[in-house]
Write a protein that binds this ligand. Structure first.
Ligand code: IPM
Ligand code: MN
Length: 351
């Protein structure tokens, strides 16, 4: 197949991890006989420096025309909270422009990495959960106000926004163990009470074969550690999903190994590792590229509908890890830690 993939390396460790994912995508193209065109485009802090715009017009256009968008990471101390133009705003705009309202963040514990997690191994075996995080609404996109001595961030959700992301969760739950846990703060928040009513209705009416339970976000934060096997699909709003997925990443051993896919109503998607730009280690060639490589696998699966190719990448990462390949974030002994490039080599070899 012919496919066009927009590549946004971004800031910090973004370019380092993206370089490895590009090698894997090219190798998959060759192995399976596809014609992938990769367009590398400026985005995030580097684009602010060059164009005074984190999402320049030509980058956005290329993303809208691509079959899938692969992103490394954005942000850094140079464009901190007091900067006039911030890279994070560019990411939020890109998500909104692409219409990718559902963010899938699978958290599966790779058997080879059980000892890399700070959680005891007996809690981790068999953990396989999927976050479906609402991505283009809620407090991230509400009205903002800043005045002397006071600031406001509004959190608003409509029926429609909750319905469409619930349908994605319902479809995915069907392909898994058929259970959704919807997480909110409905003992306090009006938007959360709407989430409960709407998710309950959509699942009852349209997915009678799927079960749904509801949980407060504070309790969920605890249960994620106490009994992570108890979850299958976790459906939640934008902010809670952001926070809980970093927490859940610790089950998998490191933020560095987790991919994500952001999807909307058409097949175009935005794929990115869930980690940030890690300015503390940027430029040193030691970041873990697995989250980005696995994000490329999700791109193959969800945007290009190339399931065997997606599986081949996932199997290659698993095999590299089983073979003992470790970057510093998942290594138990510092002297054995591989560079970003060497980790990419190990995955390529396994592929
Ligand atoms: C994420 C990130 C982003 C978010 C930031 C960079 C805006 O933390 O993708 O989880 O909060 O959505
Ligand atoms: Mn986050």
């Amino acid at each position: 197949m012919k496919a066009r993939i927009a590549i946004l390396a971004g800031d910090g460790i973004g370019p380092e991890v993206i370089a490895e994912a590009i090698r894997i995508i090219r190798a998959v193209g060759q192995k399976f006989g596809h014609d992938f065109t990769l367009d590398e485009l400026p985005f995030g802090g580097v684009a602010i420096d060059e164009f005074n715009d984190g999402l320049p017009e030509h980058t956005l256009k290329a993303c809208l025309e691509a079959d899938g968008v692969l992103l490394g990471a954005i942000g850094g101390p140079k464009w901190g909270p007091s900067a006039p133009v911030r890279p994070e705003a560019a990411l939020l705009r890109l998500r909104a422009e692409l219409g990718v309202f559902a963010n899938l963040r699978p958290v599966a514990v790779q058997p080879a990495l059980v000892n890399a997690s700070p959680i005891k191994p007996e809690y981790l075996e068999g953990v396989d959960l999927l976050f479906v995080r609402e991505l283009t609404g809620g407090i991230y996109f509400g009205r903002k106000l800043k005045e002397a001595g006071r600031a406001v961030d509004e959190c608003a959700y409509s029926d429609f926004e909750i319905e469409r992301v619930t349908r994605i969760a319902g479809r995915l739950a069907r392909q898994r163990r058929g259970k959704i846990t919807q997480i909110d703060k409905s003992n306090v928040l009006e938007t959360s009470r709407l989430w409960r009513v709407v998710t309950e209705r959509v699942i009852r009416d349209e997915f009678p074969d799927v079960s749904i339970e509801h949980m407060f976000v504070d309790a969920a934060a605890m249960h994620l550690i106490r009994n992570p096997r108890g979850f299958d699909v976790i459906l939640t709003e934008n902010l809670f999903g952001d926070i809980l997925t970093d927490e859940a990443a610790m089950l998998a051993g490191s933020l560095g190994v987790l991919p994500s896919a952001a999807l909307g109503d058409n097949r175009r998607g935005l794929y990115e590792p869930i980690h940030g730009s890690a300015p503390d280690i940027a430029g040193r060639g030691i970041a873990n590229p697995c989250g980005t490589i696995l994000s490329a696998a999700l791109l193959m699966r969800h945007s290009l509908h190339l399931e065997p190719e997606a599986k081949a990448i996932e199997a290659a990462v698993a095999r590299a890890l089983e073979g003992g390949a470790r970057t510093a974030d998942i290594s138990t002994s510092a002297d054995e830690a591989l560079s970003t490039r060497a980790m990419g080599d190990a995955v390529l070899a396994a592929l």
